[in-house]
Design a protein around this ligand. Structure first.
Ligand SMILES: [Zn+2]
Ligand SMILES: [Zn+2]
Length: 118
C-alpha cells in the first residue's frame, strides 16, 4: 500500500503528521467544555464553596443581619439582585441580605416562576 500523504485537516486547513492532534480541534474541545460547564446548573452550586461559607457565616454573625425581612432569624444569605441575572454580584456584600429558609425558598420559587416563558 502506498504511503498516503497526511490529509489536510478540515479544522485548521493544515496537514498534521500522523499522531499529532490538531491544536484547533483541541481548542474547540476546550471551549465546548467551558461552555458546557457554564450552562450546567451545578455551576452556581459549585460556586458555593468554602469562601462563600466562611463569608456568609461572618455576614450573618453581624448584629444588623440577625433577622430576615419577615422577622424570623436569618440563617441564609440571600441576594438582592438574583445571581442568575448578575452572577458577578454573588460575592458582593452590598448585594447580600440576611434571609430565612422560608423566604429563600419563596424567592427561589418566584424566580423559577418568572423564568417560565409566558
Ligand atoms: Zn488541524
Ligand atoms: Zn424570612
Amino acid at each position: 500500500m502506498p504511503v498516503r500523504a497526511p490529509s489536510v485537516c478540515g479544522y485548521c486547513g493544515k496537514a498534521h503528521p500522523s499522531g499529532e492532534r490538531c491544536a484547533t480541534v483541541k481548542r474547540m474541545a476546550r471551549e465546548r467544555k467551558a461552555r458546557f460547564d457554564e450552562k450546567r446548573p451545578a455551576a452556581a452550586k459549585r460556586g458555593y464553596d468554602k469562601e462563600w461559607a466562611r463569608e456568609a457565616s461572618a455576614f450573618l454573625a453581624l448584629p444588623e443581619n440577625e433577622l430576615c425581612r419577615c422577622g424570623a432569624g436569618a440563617c441564609v444569605v440571600m441576594h438582592v439582585k438574583s445571581i442568575r441575572a448578575r452572577p458577578d454580584l454573588r460575592m458582593v456584600k452590598s448585594n447580600w441580605r440576611p434571609g430565612c429558609q422560608r423566604c429563600n425558598a419563596i424567592d427561589a420559587a418566584q424566580e423559577r416562576q418568572e423564568r417560565k416563558p409566558s
